[in-house]
Design a protein around this ligand. Structure first.
Ligand SMILES: NC(=O)c1ccc[n+]([C@@H]2O[C@H](COP(=O)([O-])OP(=O)(O)OC[C@H]3O[C@@H](n4cnc5c(N)ncnc54)[C@H](OP(=O)(O)O)[C@@H]3O)[C@@H](O)[C@H]2O)c1
Length: 273
């Protein structure tokens, strides 16, 4: 059975560029997934015009049924998975009119808990030497928040998913009562969500280090400030440039030492703490 790579949110922006680059470099089948079938198939069509051959599957990371369907499809078709790039995410614009508590709940639901959902569903399929990439952000560094106790809890080497889930819920509750800044957070739901994503990479790596499947690597990546819809096209990097570090992490060689790290867009190791 051939090797398989999956990219979430692959229909546009950095995810689309990651799919394109993997089609050129990955020795196996590349799945462009998207929550919207029309947008996903349009993206696949564009890549086919460039003589690339990604496959498509619908995947809405917020939807249990969609994730389960995709998991079953991968299990029945390939009985395994070699590369998972968790790219899909949202960011409210600075002029969004929704109350901050609502923005916080939605951002954490999509960027943190839905990424978690995909990992929980697909991790049992990972084969030895699999590579997992959590697309985080420069926003996902602890220096972006102020609370020392909070920073200590988030950077605790024994932090568990259950405790991290609790911290993410605490942020949402604090945001709803407008006490998040007093609680040590910043005034950005996106920052909180990406700090969660960065922390998750370390927790997942510790778990895989004790797994019978050898050499599974999970890294968090800051792709750079990129010209996409998310940044209202203000980022100076092209989506192809933003794809470089995520693809580098997806293609790390066997027995790499780059595991559970936070990687900057120029592919250097960086510190998220
Ligand atoms: N652009 C930057 O400068 C920058 C900087 C740091 C980090 N990042 C991170 O890089 C990643 C890609 O960002 P981008 O700039 O390429 O953003 P983008 O252009 O807004 O693309 C986001 C992608 O995620 C998809 N998505 C959103 N919710 C989804 C869901 N529930 N299920 C499946 N897919 C979903 C979107 O699908 P639809 O088209 O259906 O909405 C779209 O394909 C994100 O994780 C982002 O946080 C970006």
């Amino acid at each position: 059975m051939g090797r398989v790579a999956v990219v979430t949110g692959g229909n546009k922006g950095i995810g689309y560029a990651i799919v394109r680059s993997l089609c050129q470099q990955f020795d196996g089948t590349v799945y462009l997934t998207a929550r919207d079938i029309t947008r996903g198939l349009t993206a696949v069509n564009e890549l086919e015009k460039q003589d690339l051959k990604p496959k498509f599957h619908q995947l809405d990371i917020t939807d249990d049924e969609s994730v389960t369907k995709f998991r079953d499809y991968l299990k029945n078709t390939y009985d395994g998975l070699d590369v998972l790039i968790n790219n899909a995410a949202i960011a409210f614009k600075t002029d969004a009119t929704e109350p901050f508590g609502i923005q916080a709940e939605e951002t954490i639901r999509v960027n943190y808990f839905s990424l978690r959902r995909v990992c929980t569903a697909l991790y049992p399929l990972l084969r030895p030497h699999a590579r997992v990439v959590h697309v985080s952000s420069s926003a996902g560094r602890l220096c972006n928040i102020t609370g020392n106790t909070l920073k200590e809890r988030l950077s605790d080497p024994n932090l568990t998913e259950v405790e991290l889930d609790k911290i993410m819920h605490e942020f949402v509750n604090a945001a709803k009562s407008n006490t998040h800044v007093q609680a040590g957070w910043s005034n950005s739901a996106y920052v909180a969500s990406k700090i969660g994503v960065s922390a998750l990479a370390g927790i997942h790596q510790s778990t895989f280090n004790a797994d019978s499947r050898k050499d599974i690597a999970v890294n968090a990546v800051h792709p750079g400030y990129v010209d996409t819809d998310m940044t209202s096209h203000k980022g100076p990097l092209t989506p192809d440039e933003g794809a470089v570090a995520p693809v580098y992490c997806a293609l790390l060689p066997e027995n790499t030492e780059i595991k559970g790290k936070y990687i900057w867009y120029d592919m250097t190791l960086s510190n998220w703490k």
